[in-house]
Design a protein around this ligand. Structure first.
Ligand code: 8Y7
Length: 274
């Protein structure tokens, strides 16, 4: 997949390293706030074998305060510019705002990761015009209230149909089919049971006809399932990444690059050519 001139190899499972530039993000909030620290954390992830770095300046945590366009740009643009010089791998931008998409791509970003699947006004047209790949994520409701009472008749069918419809909207807007990834959005308007059912049936998303990206790293579903606090979720996160790979995920979004990448590579070695 061509990410603004930088290749992302989807012939094997790709690792997307998370770079949060928000002061309030739930699992590493505040840890990487200075620009230099953010850049060196990204360099470390690249060194550990990340295939792409996902830069985000707006928290999607339930109850997180809204961030203005300018504030988001001030957080992400200088870091993107530095990363473009200092790493060779592609950079993605985690945003739902069309203006942020535009400035991020001019600063060197090669993929748009939108938890709202380009449903914000003008986002679809903006992404189509920018010409970079897009990741479309499923979310029920809005970040602020999505965890209040998530309800589905059949979560797997509803998530699949939503992603299929958003993919079609992208195709209709002129985005090339090879530039679309889909993501079930673990934890976004879903109970623990919804998340587990989605993970067990991840292969159902294959019928949409796009590579699948998943984010499970350190998520609260681990806390709910086995009671671990956020700073003790590494091993469970690695286990979930392995399961996702076994059920068809192509890109894994995560915090702990070295550990997860080794585990994923080993699993691929076992099943290669089998
Ligand atoms: C996801 C995501 C987050 C995810 C995609 C967290 C921005 C919460 N989660 N993007 N973003 N998929 N595509 O735990 O699951 O990192 S934020």
């Amino acid at each position: 997949m061509d990410c603004g001139g930088r290749p992302l190899d989807l012939g094997r499972v790709a690792v997307m390293g998370i770079l949060n530039l928000t002061p309030d993000s739930f699992s590493d909030g505040g840890l990487f706030m200075s620009r230099d620290q953010a850049v060196s954390h990204a360099l470390k992830m690249a060194d550990e074998g990340a295939d792409i770095i996902d830069v985000g300046g707006e928290s999607t945590r339930p109850g997180a305060p809204a961030v203005s366009v300018q504030e988001e740009l001030d957080r992400v643009v200088p870091v993107i510019e530095a990363l473009r010089r200092e790493v060779e791998i592609p950079i993605s931008i985690d945003t739902s705002k069309p203006q942020v998409m535009r400035e991020a791509v001019s600063a060197g970003v090669g993929m748009i990761n939108d938890v709202k699947a380009l449903r914000e006004e003008n986002a679809l047209a903006m992404a189509a015009g920018l010409g970079v790949p897009v990741c479309l994520m499923h979310m029920q409701g809005e970040p602020r209230s999505m965890q209040v009472n998530p309800t589905y008749k059949d979560v797997v069918v509803e998530v699949r149909d939503f992603l299929s419809a958003r993919r079609q909207a992208c195709l209709d807007a002129g985005i090339h089919q090879k530039k679309i990834l889909i993501d079930p959005g673990f934890g976004f308007g879903k109970t623990l049971e919804h998340n587990l059912e989605l993970l067990r049936n991840l292969s159902e998303l294959k019928s949409v006809g796009a590579p699948v990206l998943v984010g499970l790293s350190r998520k609260s579903m681990i806390g709910k399932a086995i009671g671990l606090p956020v700073d003790k979720r590494l091993h469970a996160s690695v286990a979930l990444a392995i399961l996702a790979v076994r059920t068809g995920a192509n890109v894994i979004r995560l915090h702990d690059v070295a550990a997860t990448r080794e585990a994923v590579r080993m699993v691929e070695a076992v099943y290669r050519a089998a």
